[in-house]
Design a protein around this ligand. Structure first.
Ligand code: C2E
Ligand code: MG
Ligand code: MG
Ligand code: MG
Length: 286
């Protein structure tokens, strides 16, 4: 009776007060429309292998071009997570990534492609099955779509996150731990992760050239990750000095504005071709 109604009333009140203010509701419904009308895009940012000087792969990052830069990726994802849109959004991003990689292959670019996944996705009971079906329908991308998941997000529910990650890796999906060093996960947890790659958070990289403490932390992280069998990527590398330091520290890969900002597919294809041509000019005699 009225108690029930009151409970519902309270529930509504809480919803509208906490995360569903009028402005947010409008934004959420606009985001839903943008997703349905294919107005969201994935931009691509390269990763460089420091030992070989070759491009090691690309990361897909979401953009809402009509709202860029006022609504950034972090905000899109936060809004999607709060409204349940993250489930269709991630499925769209995965399908879109496969299409992008088809275009890359057609242009002779056989790079691995990293896609960011939300911890909410790991809590969807049918997520591993969705992924398995999608990947077996596109065998040309087998092992070439890497799932990135942030270290901090897994700590909300470490046991289930680990289970979900294990079922993904059992399905042949390589997993990368994003934003490593920005949270407080224990070493015993990290060593259980079925990941192949660790990405050191930009906050530890930004002042590497000037802060001795950051160099100690990053060197220790690289060595520890190597001992545990992970490849190491440094995020947010913006200058040569930092890249050279990381190379000397044995870091495997770098990503950041030094190489390129995230670009739409067409521009990334041009960037990759230009870079390739510049490299072969350097190799050519005379
Ligand atoms: P992330 O996965 O850690 O991605 C790296 C972020 O750093 C990106 O921000 C990238 O544009 C930015 N970045 C790269 N190099 C540099 C640099 O040298 N300097 C600086 N200052 N920044 C650099 P972006 O694109 O705004 O994405 C923010 C976060 O949003 C991502 O962090 C990721 O956690 C999330 N995200 C982005 N796209 C998606 C998506 O499709 N799905 C999900 N679930 N999350 C996504
Ligand atoms: Mg990432
Ligand atoms: Mg990151
Ligand atoms: Mg991040």
């Amino acid at each position: 009776g009225s108690d029930r109604a009151q409970e519902r009333g309270i529930a509504y009140y809480k919803l509208s007060r906490d995360s569903f203010s009028a402005g947010r509701l409008t934004m959420a419904s606009e985001l839903q429309k943008a997703l349905a009308n294919n107005e969201l895009k994935l931009y691509l940012q390269p990763k460089l292998n420091l030992a070989t000087g070759q491009i090691a792969g690309l990361e897909a990052l979401i953009r809402w071009p009509e709202r860029n830069p006022s609504v950034g990726a972090d905000e899109i994802i936060m809004l999607a997570e709060q409204t349940g849109l993250i489930k269709p959004l991630t499925r769209w991003a995965l399908e879109q990534s496969l299409q992008l990689r088809n275009c890359l292959l057609e242009n002779g670019q056989r790079f691995k492609l990293s896609v960011n996944i939300s911890p909410n996705n790991l809590r969807e009971p049918d997520f591993p099955l969705f992924v398995k079906r999608l990947m077996s329908a596109h065998p040309q991308h087998g092992g070439a779509i890497i799932f990135e998941i942030t270290e901090t997000s897994m700590m909300q529910d470490p046991v289930n996150a680990l289970k979900a990650l294990n079922s993904l890796t059992n399905a042949g999906i390589p997993v990368s731990i994003d934003d490593f060093g920005s949270g407080y996960s224990s070493l015993s947890y990290i060593k259980q992760l079925p990941a192949s790659e660790i990405k050191i958070d930009r906050s530890l990289i930004t002042d590497l050239a000037t802060r001795e403490e950051d160099r100690v932390i990053v060197q220790t992280t690289i060595d520890m990750c190597h001992s545990l069998g992970y490849l190491v990527v440094a995020e947010g590398v913006e200058d040569e000095a930092t890249a050279n330091l990381l190379k000397g520290m044995g870091c495997d890969m770098i990503q950041g504005y030094l190489l390129s900002r995230p670009l739409p597919l067409e521009k990334m294809l041009t960037w990759l071709t230009d870079r390739h041509e510049a490299a072969s000019m350097q190799r050519a005699p005379g």
